[in-house]
Design a protein around this ligand. Structure first.
Ligand code: HSE
Length: 308
């Protein structure tokens, strides 16, 4: 193959209690990367589209480039030349796993370009390197962006990831206010020590959430979407977040919390219709806090990175 184009979706990380541990792939939006073989050895990014000109073109500073380089290294492929074109479908700094989607799409495209020497799960490491370079060493966006569905990251050193089944019919609403919040900034406000009582609550909610995903107990699943540790520390960074979450719950959402590092807020819902209703209420609540917002509705058991 001389050229491969791959897509990788947006992801909602944390899902309430699972900081750096849980992440879920959406159907859309996402990022697209085209990888093309060239004569001169090395990885080059020839264009980044849809980013408003803010992302670096240097491969070593862009998550798509870093993931591409790391994928070739992991596969033991040397001496070839690859050019990348990155098309951003995801807003940057939105809490939707923008850097992870670029990395996952690039890793997927480059792996296919060189004959698929690596399994998709083996691309998590290269993408984690990319994520670590720009936002922090966490795989709760890159793993679902690559593999789809709901993923639990048991460990990043060594990488140990677990697929979690999802109840039928579940839908998710994600509302994104019109401002950018860098993941680095949102991680800088986090506490270095956690009260034992909060650790107990979060641990219990993660465990019960995984059980609810297996049993299909939607009420239990919804009750588990709370976070005593990370979301409270970030509340000041996302104006109106408590009201937006309350608005979703008032409209019948099963549970709601900040998506990843924010500022997007997600709501898990029983149906697409319920998700649309919650999304409308969440957009209004952001408006009341002085923020314009857009929303997306998605099923929850969506595929990860793939050739298009
Ligand atoms: N788990 C990460 C965080 C996700 O909350 O910082 C970032 O998208």
């Amino acid at each position: 193959m001389e050229s491969v184009t791959a897509f990788a979706p947006a992801t909602v990380a944390n899902l309430g209690p699972g900081f750096d541990v849980l992440g879920l792939a959406l159907a859309a939006p996402g990022d697209t990367v085209t990888a093309t073989r060239t004569g001169a050895p090395g990885v080059r990014i020839t264009a980044v589209e849809g980013d408003g000109g803010v992302l670096p073109l240097e491969a070593e500073r862009n998550t798509a480039g870093i993931a591409a380089i790391a994928t070739l290294a992991r596969a033991g492929v040397t001496g070839i030349g690859v050019e990348l074109i990155v098309r951003k479908g995801l807003p940057i700094g939105s809490g939707l796993g923008s850097s992870a989607a670029s990395a996952a799409a690039a890793a997927c495209a480059v792996n296919l370009l060189v004959g698929s020497p690596l399994r998709k799960s083996e691309l998590v490491g290269p993408c984690l390197e990319a994520e670590a370079a720009v936002s922090g060493r966490h795989a709760d966006n890159v793993a679902p962006a690559l593999l789809g569905g709901l993923i639990l990251v048991r460990s990043v050193d060594p990488i140990d990831i677990v697929r979690v089944p999802l109840p039928d019919g579940l839908a998710i609403a994600v509302v994104t206010p019109a401002f950018e919040l860098e993941t680095r900034t949102a991680r800088a406000v986090l506490p270095t020590h956690v009260p034992l009582a909060d650790l107990v609550r979060n641990t219990a909610n993660i465990g019960a959430m995984i059980s609810a995903c297996h049993s299909g107990d939607l009420g239990l699943l919804g009750r588990c979407v709370t976070d005593r540790v990370v979301a409270p520390a970030r509340a000041a960074l996302v104006p109106g977040a408590p009201e937006v979450i309350a608005a979703a719950l008032d409209r019948g959402a099963l549970g709601a919390s900040i998506s990843g590092a924010g500022p997007s807020v997600f709501a898990l819902c029983r149906s697409q219709r319920s998700a649309r209703e919650s999304a409308g209420a969440m957009v209004e609540a952001f408006a009341a806090a002085g923020l314009a917002a857009t929303y997306t509705i998605s099923e929850v058991d969506c595929p990860g990175a793939r050739q298009i």
